[in-house]
Design a protein around this ligand. Sequence first.
Ligand code: ZN
Length: 391
Amino acid sequence: MKKITTLLLFSLGTYAFQAQSFIQAYQNRANLVTQSNITTLLQEFGNLGVKTTGSTANTNALNWLKAKYQSYGYTASQIVEDPFTFGSSTSSKNLIITKTGTVYPNTYVIICGHYDTITGPGVSDNGSGTSIILEAARILKDIPTEYSIKFIHFSGEEQGLQGSAHYVNSVVFQNSVRQLNIKLVFNLDQVGGKIGNSNVAINCESDQSGQTGNNAASLSVTQQLAACTTLYSPLQTVMSNAYSSDYMPFEAKGDIITGFYETVRSYNEHTVNDTFANVDPTYVFNVGKAAVGALQHFATASTSLLATDEKAVNHLESVKVYPNPTKDFLNIELPKDVKNFSLEISDMNGRLILNKENETKVNVSGLTNGTYIATIKTKDQKAVRKVIIGK
Ligand SMILES: [Zn+2]
């Protein structure tokens, strides 16, 4: 949401950092975030339309989310809907997925972001955070964590944090009595950037307002978030302040919050321009790696290299498709041992526009300007990339 435009920015050097060491297993799992998954999730989120709280598209997005968690292997008892109503009659649902911790099952690390949008399809605000939470849940499903994790998709954010306020006041607290111990709340909101901008850094947001008793702890976990970002992703970090998103109702109850927000702001939020065409999927991919690294740190994931980590990362993911944007030709640079492959280019309606076999320099001069999906396939692997034709 983010209606306030003033940001208090602090240089990283202002703070004393606690040393945080690199853990290979955390890096391996951060590397399981794939560009193909992120690109596909962003495209699907965009195709769901304008997901205004209470609308059919909003419900369709909820069902899309539930189907994703089911496909990752989460059981019905782990996937809980949290319905709420506000105003005269607007109803929607938050979606909460719980993974139980091994040592502290009753203490929760919350990773959250809203899936409702306003005016536009909201592919950055907040399809970006939504896609990253999905990837984190997919990757960590069978990884032991000492703390329990709740993956939460809030609705009603754009109407004034309605879903998160409901969750805090009716689930976390009941009759003003705390029901859930929360270690920290890690919120992702609008981390999509804008294609063409230099998206090389991410804002790490700490609590500098509201309750004062939780500010120092928020700063500490936000410093840890920044350290994890540097360790597990190629992104730089900018220390910033938390405001106007789903962590704020938690903050008001004294919880410890932190968050990610794009550093170079797109200003496409809450407009018809917040589309798949305008988002930067590479940036979301990089933020995703940082988030998966940090979430493992916060929840104290197993540091052992488990069999699940060692399964081969899709080899084809290293494919390079360039230049992008392009006018006439698209070069396909494959991993060395790949000989036989196909390239399919589809438009945003899913229509197949072009299909080539084993061509590494493809003539795309016949395509009209716009955004396309390129799918590179081998016998058993597939990679997906967003391609822009601009003349
Ligand atoms: Zn938002």
